[in-house]
Design a protein around this ligand. Sequence first.
Ligand code: DC
Length: 222
Amino acid sequence: MADGISVIAIDGPVAAGKTVVGRELAQSLGFASLDTGVMYRAVTWLALHDGISLEDETSLGELARDNPVSLEGDTGGRVSVAGHSLGTELRESPVEGNVSLVSKVSTVRKELVKQQRKLAAKGKIVMIGRDIGTVVLPDADLKIYLTASPENRAQRRWQEMLKRGQTVELSTVLSETLARDKIDSSRDDSPLRPANDAWQINTDCLSIEQVVQKIIARATGN
Ligand code: DC
């Protein structure tokens, strides 16, 4: 399957379906998957835990360099960093509210991009993020850019939050989603945008399975 395709990049804004599509696509193809957002979340968690100022770019870069993030297995999104095993903490408000700020910092991006390229070097991987097709893996065999309307994305995030037991208004999630989009796409270093050679898929009216099948068809030429 997927003759000649070994490295797949999936980018797009928050809650466009990247992670679940990426994970299912990887499973279907027998590839590994890496959600790079959890790496930025893990560094954010560690900076808050260690009391590092989020304005201290030098210390944040050193923190990312000295504490590589490792994934605990292929699924579930748990990671280890500096001896801490992290899961749900990565989705809670301290990290949620600060990760966009940490991911703007070039010293942090430089270190994490290095780690991401190393992880992709073995091939057979679906890598998910914001800058994978543009910066991390510009030579990826297939680049996908998933989009969906802000309303649909906010609705999806809201439902995930309710499932996790978080109580929050849908309107709050919508304004946070718009704010996150703005920070991610207007930052100087590696802003969120589709690569010129990315295939854009709007997921508003598609199920996860339909999106995965579309990508497999493209990857396999069927
Ligand atoms: O995909 P996510 O919501 O878990 O990402 C968390 C944050 O990290 C988000 O603000 C975007 C940022 N990020 C990034 O800048 N580059 C990546 N490759 C992945 C995520």
